[in-house]
Ligand binder design. Structure first.
Ligand code: A3P
Length: 282
């Protein structure tokens, strides 16, 4: 099985409007843009929602999806129409980020997640959106595709190493790094750090309100309920919302294979320090 993706200038992307994708090359940033950057299925919806509330200073906002502010999905004019400060988001690799973001030194929030949970989440994403991706493979088949990066936005390993390198090579760029696991372990603490990074003045009561509004349950019930449902009627973007679901999917052999690739690709990286201690053999 293969996934149907759009091949654009040698990149593998979802089949988004060509004009939107082309718009990334000439994107005009604003100094106060905030950009949530993550490999798909790493918690982009969650963090974007937090940023949206923090920038607005209220949780009393219309229920809209992060795709409304997804840079490679929306047309340039639609992005232009968004009021400042814009909470934007993208799954682009660091080296493909629009240059104007670096030039204007926009605030960037980089979110990472245990690649095994990403793989499981992405498998559910691809198989639930079967009509879009024309993919109906089983988990063992998908595992192979994920490991070799034959999915839209390509390899998690390349993506993650590219972001690490990019951040190191651009110390002038204000980047806040967080992880899905950190936010799960202490959502309030993670949110507070986010607020500090964004330089927004917020009190504790407001932060507690944001934590609640951004909970998996609330987002699933409001935003998830607006999704086009799959056959089993479970939302695609708000599936399970847990750390470590990979253990319910990976066989021992898959886990060992994953560890081998992880070791080979990531040794010496930040991600290695974050996730290697949970390797099957450890
Ligand atoms: P699972 O498939 O493991 O449940 P993204 O937003 O980058 O596409 O990531 C989607 C993943 O984040 C899904 O993971 C989804 O359930 C989870 N998620 C979405 N909203 C969340 C929330 N408010 N709290 C925790 N996890 C959330």
């Amino acid at each position: 099985h293969t996934l149907t993706v759009l091949e654009y200038k040698g990149r593998w992307l979802p089949d988004f409007p060509r004009e939107a994708i082309a718009g990334m090359d000439t994107f005009e940033a604003r100094h106060d843009d905030v950009i949530v950057c993550a490999y798909p299925k790493s918690g982009t919806h969650w963090v974007w929602e937090m940023v949206r509330f923090l920038l607005a200073g209220t949780t009393d906002l219309p229920v809209i999806e992060k795709d409304e502010a997804m840079m490679e999905f929306k047309l340039p004019q639609e992005l232009e129409n968004l009021p400042s400060p814009r909470p934007l988001n993208t799954h682009y690799h660091f080296e493909l980020l629009p240059e104007d973001i670096l030039r204007k030194q926009c605030k960037v929030i980089y979110v990472t997640r245990d690649p095994r949970d990403v793989a499981v989440s992405y498998f559910n994403h691809h198989t639930k959106l079967v009509q879009y991706y024309q993919y109906n493979g089983q988990w063992p088949d998908y595992f192979r595709l994920f490991l070799s990066g034959q999915v839209d936005y390509e390899s998690w390993f390349t993506y993650t190493k590219g972001w690490e390198r990019g951040i190191q090579e651009h110390p002038e760029l204000p980047v806040h790094i967080t992880s899905y696991e950190e936010l799960q372990a202490d959502t309030f603490g993670g949110l507070k750090k986010l607020a500090n990074f964004l330089g927004v003045e917020v009190d504790e009561t407001f932060l507690i309100q944001v934590v609640k509004k951004c909970s998996f349950e609330v987002m699933g019930a409001t935003k998830g309920a607006q999704e086009v449902f799959d056959e089993s009627s479970s939302p695609i973007m708000y599936r399970k919302g847990k750390v470590g679901d990979w253990k319910n999917w990976f066989t021992v052999a898959q886990s060992e294979q994953f560890d081998d690739v992880f070791e080979r690709e990531m040794v010496g990286s930040w991600a290695y320090n974050l996730y290697s201690h949970t390797k099957q053999g450890s």
